[in-house]
Design a protein around this ligand. Structure first.
Ligand SMILES: *Cc1c(COP(=O)(O)O)cnc(C)c1O
Length: 345
């Protein structure tokens, strides 16, 4: 498969904007910078940020075991996903495939970019229906979005089904691994070389506790990363975000310890939910949330709001009738949740 054949014609022909910081590299601290029309007085943010986020990428590269040349960073996964649409999907011509119930941003971004949406609902076990997906795909189907672990169901797709889709689908396969750090499944980033059409996205918003700084990560072949680099806004990850991410990721034990506690609490939460009279089922979770089936999701959702607890009502999602999605909170928050569920039971 040749990635060049999948790109939009305008993107293939694109000459990227070259910023001052792109044209001069090899900066050292004692140089005089009169190239970017910045205010020269230092306040910590008077200079433009590093457009390639070199220091931050090095840390992520080390944590994840992937070369920096296979990494692109964005203003949240949402920016990364939007870049993928702009690289591969021609407005009013191309389409994507999504597998509901899943993350809502794929179809929102498709609509914003005037891209068609084809859907194949997950099966009763929330796994992809391989042959239906491959039959539905046509020559204009440019991206297949796989969210694994999936939001809002919490499960991972089987290795065999993802492999079958990577081999059978003739476009880009995006695996959204926003929740991978809560999962026992291995990340697909180790298999980028095997599948030239594979793109993996991750984020610092969930396990790493940095939803507020907006930092999304894209892992792909160097061929794909260099295309995305030509279309991303030059300074898309700001200085405050880069500095905060470096600061928190440098504390190597912080995220792993929090993840450990969240996983223990997930087990407790599932056990407790199963004792609640109106909960008929909980679903296996590889993420930091639990989906549960109840008698009347909208009624239970409103009862919890009245008690000051906000969860997500997923009842309108295909295959998710009368389900609620509970994020795993702190030990104390989870206790408040369970006590409240018992009191309205
Ligand atoms: C939360 C979430 C993200 C994270 O998006 P950011 O823009 O990086 O905060 C991505 N994908 C899925 C499936 C999510 O649930």
């Amino acid at each position: 498969m040749n990635i060049q054949d999948l790109l939009r014609p305008t993107i293939k022909a694109l000459k990227p904007y070259s910023s001052a910081r792109d044209e001069f590299q090899g900066a050292t601290d004692n140089m005089v910078f009169l190239d970017a029309n910045e205010n020269p007085y230092n306040n910590g943010v008077n200079r433009y940020p590093d457009p390639q986020q070199g220091d931050l990428k090095k840390i992520i590269s080390k944590i994840k075991g992937i070369a920096t040349k296979n990494i692109l960073l964005g203003n949240g996964s949402d920016e990364v996903l939007d870049l993928l649409f702009r690289a591969f999907c021609e407005p009013n011509i191309d389409n994507i495939i999504t597998l509901p119930p899943t993350y809502g941003m794929y179809s929102v971004l498709a609509n914003i970019n005037a891209i068609g949406i084809n859907t194949v609902q997950l099966d009763a076990n929330f796994q992809p229906q391989i042959s239906k997906i491959l039959e539905l795909a046509d020559t204009q189907s440019k991206i297949l979005f796989l969210c694994s672990p999936n939001n809002p169901t919490g499960n991972s797709f089987t290795t065999a089904s993802i492999e079958a889709l990577l081999n059978g689908f003739k476009g880009i396969v995006v695996i959204d691994e926003a929740y991978i750090d809560f999962s026992e499944q291995k990340s697909w980033i180790t298999r980028l070389e095997e599948f030239p059409n594979l793109i993996v996205t991750q984020t610092l918003s969930k396990a790493y506790g940095m939803a507020g700084i907006r930092l999304g990560i894209c892992y792909a072949s160097t061929a794909i990363i260099s295309v995305l680099n030509t279309i991303k806004p030059p300074y898309n990850v700001n200085t405050l975000t880069q500095n905060k991410a470096i600061e928190l990721l440098t504390d190597k034990d912080l995220a792993p310890q929090q993840i450990q506690t969240i996983l223990q609490e997930r087990t407790v939460l599932i056990k407790e939910l199963e004792t609640i009279r109106f909960v008929s089922k909980t679903y296996h979770s590889d993420a930091n949330f639990v989906l549960a089936k109840v008698d009347n999701a909208t009624m239970r959702y409103n009862q919890l709001i009245e008690k000051g607890i906000v969860i997500r009502n997923r009842t309108t999602q295909p295959g998710c009738e009368n389900t609620l999605r509970f994020t795993v909170g702190t030990v104390q928050e989870n206790k408040i949740l369970i006590d409240t569920l018992k009191s309205i039971s």
